[in-house]
Design a protein around this ligand. Sequence first.
Ligand SMILES: Cc1cc2nc3c(=O)[nH]c(=O)nc-3n(C[C@H](O)[C@H](O)[C@H](O)COP(=O)(O)OP(=O)(O)OC[C@H]3O[C@@H](n4cnc5c(N)ncnc54)[C@H](O)[C@@H]3O)c2cc1C
Length: 429
Amino acid sequence: MIYPFDTFIVFNYECKRYYGSYDMSFPLTKKNYDVVIVGAGPAGSMAAKYAALGGADVLFVDRKREIGTPIQCAGFTPDASEIEKLIPGMTLPKEMKELPKNSILCQTKKQRLYTPDLKSKEFDVNGYVLDRRLFDTELAEQAALQGAELLCGTTVKSVAFCVADAAKYTVRLSGVFGKIDVTAKVIIGADGPNSLIGKTFGLSNSEYERGIGFEYKMTGVDIDSESLEMYFGNKYVPGGYIWIFPEGDGKANVGIGIRRSLCTEKLPAREFLNRFIREHPIASEKLKGGKITSVIAGAIPVSGAPVRTATDSVMIAGDAAGHVMATNGGGIPFAMAAGKIAGETAAEAVMSNKCGRGLSVAAYEQRWRAEFGEALDASVQARKLMDKFLVSDTRMNAAFKLLPAEKLKEMQCGGISGTMKKGLDFLLK
Ligand SMILES: Cc1cc2nc3c(=O)[nH]c(=O)nc-3n(C[C@H](O)[C@H](O)[C@H](O)COP(=O)(O)OP(=O)(O)OC[C@H]3O[C@@H](n4cnc5c(N)ncnc54)[C@H](O)[C@@H]3O)c2cc1C
């Protein structure tokens, strides 16, 4: 059930006028839920949908007034068949296999990588560039249609053990509708890279490293409309990469992902990106005359998952749990898969009355790790190895020369064979 924001603004105003109070207008049907989910991104909405489908009373909450806005993503996702090939153990949710048509901006067929010395290699990748605003809204609506209650424009301020009932949590909410406490038997933190739930329940990654993503949506550019492009080189993007993703109709998402620890030149990400658009010998030709229609920024966790992602009836999923391919920052498929598993686990715990303080939701941890834990760990190892190349243009050029295009594709998912590793180690000497 989605409560339109505008309706409640008006309702709030009327309440204040006639009753002198905002409290009457809180758009919830109850105060005690089985499952409360923090965040309505891909992980949160999938968790809400599957917990509701499993029979639980679900509330999912997002501080964004409009779901998916502001966007904090470039929106690329490989086709399900590509993911299944690269990560064979992963069971992709059907929502990944049947992406909502209205949210697909562009279909891609190739990925092209440019080295610092301006050579390129490319391989086939079937994928989609999504409008994340529409995509996130669609997923949230699907959850709401299954009976989950959505509260947008509301921040979860804290979650603590319930004083009156040790088997429950008290969730403190504050936002456009006012302030209220609700209770839950199970909590799912799908609250992104700076997860409050992770921090509150000791589930954060001790070795936390994150990238900064900064991007423009541009119109009036002259790019290859079927290819993703990635550019490397310390002048434009020290210790990271710049991407150009087509969005159809002469539009593109042009962004930079960097890590401060690898930057020798201390400039804001924005300055590097502007320099790239202005001066890169290949890209500037494609982007000249383009106009910026949107500025987007966000954090990308790149240190993998913490040791534990579940504790007494609390789970974290998606970016909150470091469910991101550390080599390229892609997190949409993992957030959706983890969200689904978390929602199903929550519903099972509630339905079998096995939740509350002291009772674990360890099945969640086991399931997601069995499906894609190894791939995420491998991507962190590959990222650490690639860091040694990213800081040196000479090494980067040599690595690209050594590796065939298909191997570069595998490497993005952490796939580094023994022979590849030996070759790369040799280049590091
Ligand atoms: C610049 C950039 C580009 C990216 N490009 C890609 C890409 O092309 N492809 C790809 O696969 N991945 C990409 N990613 C990563 C991708 O965006 C994430 O992996 C994905 O969004 C994770 O989904 P999620 O549901 O876990 O978290 P999010 O989508 O971050 O959702 C978390 C939600 O929780 C809400 N929230 C947080 N705290 C609270 C609180 N206390 N109370 C209420 N609500 C709260 C937030 O408002 C947010 O809506 C990119 C990331 C960035 C920053």
